[in-house]
Write a protein that binds this ligand. Structure first.
Ligand SMILES: Nc1ncnc2c1ncn2[C@@H]1O[C@H](COP(=O)(O)OP(=O)(O)OP(=O)(O)O)[C@@H](O)[C@H]1O
Length: 224
């Protein structure tokens, strides 16, 4: 269980009255998906960066069960993030883009290569092992990025608008992939503007208002 209590942050340089002081509180259980919505500038990236360890909070607590995460560097927090864009290394083929998530120096074991091969088959990208990102469609790129995140076996997946710009078929394929991870115990925090993504995946939904997470009415989240 991820527990975030009054995790606070303020930007040192900010326009008075425009940028709120942030304080985030929520819990997220394994296998659950929590969606976060909010207009541009409301603090969605700030929240993800605090959770992932790329920003240092001014105060509050962030724990996985009883273990403090704030004292852990990003790579030891058991989280991976998938962004909407700029996910792939353009000069590396698909296998290496995924492999970089398993071994930064790309010295992969035979088992890891097999894992990548099987994972690509699994997400319908079996023939694309050696392709460069420029030779992939938007949906295929997102599947590669998601697969890289999933093969790292995170306990928490942070998704930042990962399905934007994809057609329905590709979005459904990625929803299914995320759902499968949830069923296997992975907790998911989904930042999305899209009600369809939220209805397809989320168990609970929060709105970012004035630097705080405000719970939304769960009855409004209907299955797609
Ligand atoms: N480095 C920074 N210095 C000062 N203010 C910042 C900085 N980064 C973000 N902000 C401000 O903090 C607020 C939240 O920004 P953030 O990027 O978290 O919003 P967001 O909800 O992710 O927006 P978007 O949907 O446009 O990506 C905004 O008002 C933004 O201008």
């Amino acid at each position: 269980m991820l527990s975030c209590r009054s995790l606070s942050f303020h930007y040192a340089q900010k326009a008075p009255g425009e940028t709120p002081d942030f304080s985030f509180s929520f819990t997220l259980a394994p296998s659950h998906c929590l969606a976060v919505q909010g207009p541009s500038g409301s603090g969605k990236s700030t929240l993800l960066n605090l959770l992932a360890g790329f920003l240092e909070p001014g105060g509050g607590a962030l724990c996985w069960n009883d273990a403090d995460l704030l004292s852990q560097p990003p790579w030891q927090r058991g989280m991976t993030t998938v962004f909407q864009e700029h996910n792939l290394f353009e000069h590396l083929p698909v296998w290496a883009n995924i492999g970089a998530g398993l071994a930064a120096n790309l010295k992969l074991t035979a088992g890891q290569r097999q894992q990548i091969h099987d994972g690509l088959e699994d997400v319908g990208l079996g023939g694309l092992y050696n392709r460069l990102p420029a030779e992939l469609s938007g949906g295929q790129r997102q599947r590669v990025a998601l697969l890289r995140a999933l093969l790292r076996q995170p306990r928490l997946l942070l998704l930042d608008e990962p399905f934007s710009g994809l057609d329905r078929t590709n979005r459904e394929a990625l929803w299914a992939l995320v759902k499968r991870q949830q069923n296997a115990g992975v907790a998911v925090l989904l930042v999305s503007h899209d009600p369809e993504d939220i209805r397809a995946l989320a168990d609970s939904c929060y709105q970012l208002e004035d630097g705080r997470l405000v719970a939304q009415d769960a009855s409004k989240i209907l299955p797609v």
